[in-house]
Design a protein around this ligand. Structure first.
Ligand code: CA
Length: 229
């Protein structure tokens, strides 16, 4: 099997070296860019399997790079792991709203970075070919084509949002805790990252429009997809 390629966009040389070394050790091919413009160019030309993107970059910051990646036809489906020194909830939400798939706060351990990269790649490369489409009143989810329809309208979902919606809908009527969703959808279960689920649910509801209320919040526990409206 070919090595997966990870593009790292980071201006701090020490961090680039650590990330490069550890990802190579884990068996990945690493592309490096030290500013946003170069990162965008490499993403377009080399089609990496994912991008590790620093938030604080000179000239064009990580948010803008992420926004442009998600707007580009050739780059919109490449998962993005954001690196940042800012740990506040606001910054997390901003990261997810512009389409980042995951978030890692500096300082991070190389091991945690590698685990996150592995989880993201596993999630985006998972074969979904033999799964039958789900039909729930007003909502159709076809995992083999990676298409979700609200009525006749195709929803524009990121890979993570699609997987989250599919998991909730496939278990309609059953309450899912944030911890279960983290481990089934994101592929890891770290304490303190339950908020990741909340921000993705919020974004997913926004995209679901009139169907938003099908995802119910179960106070103190998690979320449940309502079977019928
Ligand atoms: Ca930086």
């Amino acid at each position: 099997m070919a090595k997966a390629t990870v593009l790292v966009v980071e201006d701090e040389k020490d961090i680039i070296d650590v990330v490069d070394f550890n990802l190579q050790q884990a068996g990945y091919r690493v592309l490096k860019a030290t500013d946003g413009a170069e990162g965008l160019r490499l993403a377009k030309d080399q089609s990496p399997d994912m991008v590790v993107l620093d938030l604080m970059l000179p000239a064009m910051d990580g948010k803008e790079v992420c926004r442009r990646l998600k707007q580009g036809e050739a780059t919109r489906d490449i998962p993005v792991l954001m690196l940042t020194a800012l740990a506040s909830e606001t910054d997390r939400i901003i990261g997810f709203e512009i389409g980042a798939d995951d978030y890692l706060t500096k300082p991070f351990s190389p091991r945690e970075l590698v685990l996150r990269v592995q989880a993201i790649l596993r999630r985006s490369q998972e074969p979904t070919g033999d799964e039958a489409p789900l039909n729930l009143t007003g909502l159709t989810i076809d995992p083999s084509r990676h298409v979700a329809l609200a009525g006749e309208q195709e929803l524009d979902l990121t890979a993570t949002e699609f997987k989250l919606l599919h998991y909730l809908a496939a278990h309609a009527g059953k309450v899912q805790t944030r911890e279960v969703l983290l481990s089934r959808v994101w592929g890891y279960a770290y304490e303190g990252y339950a908020r990741t689920v909340d921000t993705h649910v919020r974004r997913l509801r926004k995209k679901l429009g009139p169907l938003a209320e099908r995802i119910e919040t179960v106070r103190g526990i998690g979320y449940r997809f309502r079977e019928e409206q």
